[in-house]
Design a protein around this ligand. Sequence first.
Ligand SMILES: *Cc1c(COP(=O)(O)O)cnc(C)c1O
Length: 822
Amino acid sequence: MRSNVFNKKEFVSNVKDNLKNLYRKTLDEANQQEIFQAVSTTVKDEIMDRWLATQQTFEKDDPKTVYYMSMEFLMGRALGNNLINLCAYKEVKEALEELGLDLSVIEDQEPDPALGNGGLGRLAACFMDSLATLGYAAYGCGIRYRYGMFKQKISDGFQVEVPDNWLKDGYPFELRRPEYCYEVRFGGNVRPEYGEDGSMKFVHENYQSVLAIPYDMPIVGYDNNVVDTLITWDAQAKEVFELDSFDKGNYEQAVAQENLARNLVEVLYPNDNHVAGKELRLKQQYFFVSASIQRALARFKKHHDDIHDLPEKVVFQMNDTHPTVAVAELMRILVDEEGLGWDDAWNITTHCVAYTNHTIMSEALEKWPIEIFQRLLPRVYQIVDEINRRFLIEIENRYPGNEYKKQKMAILWDGQVKMAHLAIAAGFSVNGVAKLHTEILMNQELKDFYDMYPQKFNNKTNGITQRRFLAHANPLLADWVTKHVGKGWITDLSQVAKLAPYAEDPKEQQEFMEIKRKNKIRLAKYIKEHNGIEVNPDSIFDVQVKRLHEYKRQLLNILHVMYLYNQLKSNPNMDFYPRTFIFGAKAAAGYRNAKLTIKLINNVAEVINHDPDIQGKIKVVFIEDYRVSNAEWIFAAADVSEQISTASKEASGTGNMKFMLNGALTLGTMDGANVEMYDEVGADNIFIFGMSAEEVIAHEQHKDYNPMEIYNNDPDIHKVLNQLIDGTFSANDKELFRDLYNSLLSNQGGKIADRYFILADFRSYANEQQKINSYYRNRKAWAKSAILNVAHVGKFSSDRTIQEYVDDIWHLDKITVKMDRI
Ligand SMILES: *Cc1c(COP(=O)(O)O)cnc(C)c1O
């Protein structure tokens, strides 16, 4: 495999050796999991040479390095992706076939390392792939959760959460590095200590500590020998548990440390765009941030004597506010441990940290009660307090006497630590993740901060990696693209623009649709196996897969399905192209309306799929346990991509881009990156509906939206909503969906009726759906639009996004890794 010279014979013999060494088994005796481990170990060996060479290049060239700090990395499976990036996928597939083995079955043995919830975590994973592929020195910094995102089972239509013990068989693509462990301290108190020279320092005492142990995962760049690193931190008790210790104090201390360490990394919080405000979560944040900064500084100091040079070599990107305690932790280390003065330390810190905002929704903004923060991190809190004090002086200087500004912008206010304010006060860059989102930040949500620091604000529209979401996910389409434009798209997605002329070619249209059909058959088989539902690959595959959230409006989608069902029941001969509505979504375990929406989708599916009047024209499928691995198959098979969030609520979306890359047509609102997709692909090749962000925000401000009016005046909507409470889809249990009905029509407990404007957008959504129905009948037109979607997806590669981060924020040096260095 080295330098693309792949030797099948050697590979096979290495796999056999690994089976022998790992399990003392021959190929005939081994099961698929054991074969997966042996194949992965063989691939890891191949990666190791490049990883070593990359590290040696770092040592020699000392490039500026980004530390991408994120609570979540939704990596998805590594084996297939690593083979793609090593340019060895096809060769390995063939080599295994000669042994009677199926690579896709072997890939299926790998657990999805699901150390993330959804878009934010997947973005971090795409960014790592692009960083390595573009040849930049990068460390992802996160947490090695014992239990990642829960597995979702559907039982009687309800979501059931099952723990995801992803490490139970051992994970082959990680390396434990106990030699790079660091201590992280919690609790205790701070005591000033005066030196004989009159100097003063703060001593942190009576704390509890844990050891942070890094596990490195290789991030293989595409065909360039670069292997970056994702560091996931595990926690361990610092004091060795001595069973023969009879000293009560020691014993309790040791037990407490063990418990702290175990709890810290036990589980990922399964909330997406919503904070739970749990103390353990703040512990997790400080734990991985402190360890990551300590490692970054240790690496820096190996080559540099003067800590003032840190900003020239190190940048910390904070993925949302989750790692924002980094600001204070870096200050603490610079002041307390490096002995710098405040201004000096602040100057360094504010040139090293940058912040990415991911949402404007208030329920997702992190605010910690000062009581918790101070008790858990007493010294860090003192530093936040001082940052806040100086920040308020800055505001006073800028807006003399303006108390209102101070209230709105303070980092500490009303008994809370406001993490976003800390991130903006300290970060040298504040970016949104799509054009519209950044505009809303600058003009509304963060306007006060923008007025004060306009130079900090910038946009970086999200992207996705075409290596995973086309090369690996959709080999048939990938080959078709390569046939027409060459292989360059794999590292330069803008080259797909050269596909545009083929959009008009009937033969290519035919071929494109044939590929889509094969991918639909592949997904239909998966659905048959996992759901027991037959779906028709010649129907329109209309797909909404993403986290379940009210703002993403899965409810709008399923209410529309109910509406179509009513139409078809009363008019069986109406113009209707067969449609398969596919859903996939996990709901946070405590999110009641989200879980109820899953139940509704499943109940509607149960009724419609078995109603003979419908003659199979509508099928509804809820795919269990939506995750990166099945997502890859789903995108490849989609005709219609549902991106129907309430305008202004979805910061960017990245699922939308994965669908576009695979030639699905978007049905969406003018929200997030949909706006830019519209600009790229043109109005003829996308279906847009609903209120604009401006209109939504105006209604929110004026509080003048009344969904009851729509309910009373639109008989179709009236009927659909009544079906939520008349037992049509709940075996006569009229109360089951009452909460959903109420959420649309009545104000309750601070939540206003239909706060996501489902009824307001319903008619315009139904109209666009009707247009899709007609448009799909024109196969040539549809194929043309689908091809044009692929041809205009270039902008949405995470390679483009990362290059913009590098040019505007990080200013990294490109590295070249030569294999003869080892
Ligand atoms: C891309 C992706 C997401 C994000 O989807 P959105 O539609 O942007 O919310 C969530 N989960 C998985 C598994 C993904 O691959």
